[in-house]
Design a protein. Structure first.
Length: 351
């Protein structure tokens, strides 16, 4: 879907494009019940319309793109958005035309893709996504606003973002990112549950690497606000074994656990974390806090330049910067390299 927004005092601007193409559902003949990108797009649009992505003072126009067989359903979503009477919503475009969807957008949230399923070869998925992302990259490059920010959600998210970058060379590399905020938020949730504290009191987890089962959730720099000041999470959890084993595997398998329970992948948490990702990128991260974003590696922390890799970042004035100088122990080094290795393999499958 695509939207438009007005930054305070700047007049109406276009924003927010994302597509909901979901070839997976089409391939399995289930698209009639799950199109409009299954469920992430359906969960995301009311959040954008309520200001969760761009703030409570930011009017938006949302453009939604879907494939032809979903056109009627897309109209239904448009009707629902009208019926929601969202005060910030200044317009909705429902289209199957990628150029119309991308026209002048300032923010693009890419939900569509061909995800890997049991029995699917990674290289097949990547070549299918090349076809999808090639068209969208070129539409964004030619028709989006000059400084359009792109968030890729569809899996394999890091490599899809890289594909998009390759096919849209004129979009600055710092404007193309992928979603690992979902994993970041999951880690905050796990720690807050473990300690019985408010999720908001837990800060600065890190997701390194790929949004996949090789991701490395790192809590070595994570703090918890307590009545007696900020405490390191390792000190409070007092269970290094859990932090180095079950916590990590729970995080790595969380997406799969949700699919097993829901019989479809995460939607509301994915949509909510996409809003968090864009909000912090556009509006800025709170002082003293970083978030995880899949961004173009500049070689920081010894990660091969040119991968889209999840790092801890701070954001200010619409720009992200990788947090520098964090101490990396041997355990973390090995995990960070293992997830980088997977991304290098995925990259090597790109044509
Ligand atoms: C998630 O982490 O919930 C999803 O990326 C899982 C999936 O494969 O769709």
């Amino acid at each position: 879907m695509v939207g438009k927004y007005v930054l305070p005092g700047t007049g109406l601007q276009y924003c927010c494009c994302s597509t909901s193409i979901c070839f997976k559902e089409i391939a399995s003949q289930q698209f009639k019940s799950t199109y409009f990108t299954g469920h992430i797009g359906y969960a995301l649009v009311p959040m954008i319309a309520r200001g969760a992505m761009l703030g409570p003072d930011q009017p938006v126009i949302i453009n939604m793109l879907d494939i032809e067989p979903a056109a009627e359903a897309l109209e239904g979503v448009k009707m629902e958005l009208t019926d929601g009477a969202f005060p910030l919503l200044r317009g909705v475009v429902a289209t199957t035309n990628v150029i119309e969807a991308c026209k002048n957008v300032d923010i693009a949230v890419m939900l569509g893709g061909f995800p890997r399923k049991e029995g699917t070869e990674r290289k097949d998925v990547i070549s299918k996504n090349v076809l999808i992302y090639k068209a969208q990259a070129s539409a964004l490059e030619q028709h989006a606003a000059p400084n359009c920010k792109v968030l890729v959600v569809a899996n394999p998210a890091n490599t899809n973002a890289l594909i998009l970058k390759e096919f849209a060379p004129s979009i600055p590399e710092e404007n193309i990112t992928c979603l690992t905020r979902l994993d970041h938020n999951r880690a905050l949730g796990q720690i807050s549950e473990m300690l019985g504290v408010q999720v908001n009191d837990v800060k600065n987890v890190i997701i390194w690497g790929n949004h996949s089962s090789t991701q490395y959730p790192d809590v070595n720099h994570t703090t918890v606000a307590t009545g007696t000041g900020l405490k390191n999470v390792r000190e409070l959890v007092a269970n290094d074994h859990w932090l180095s084993t079950d916590f990590i595997t729970t995080m790595q398998q969380r997406g799969a656990a949700i699919i097993k329970a829901r019989k479809q992948s995460s939607a509301l948490s994915a949509a909510s974390s996409a809003c968090d990702h864009i909000r912090d990128w556009v509006i800025g991260t709170p002082k003293g806090t970083w978030v995880s974003m899949g961004v173009y590696s500049d070689g920081s922390y010894g990660i091969q330049p040119g991968l889209i890799y999840s790092f801890p970042v701070t954001c200010e004035k619409g720009e992200w910067s990788i947090v520098q100088g964090l101490k990396i122990d041997e355990f973390s080094r090995a995990k960070m390299d293992a997830t980088a290795k997977e991304l290098i393999e995925e990259k090597s499958l790109m044509p």
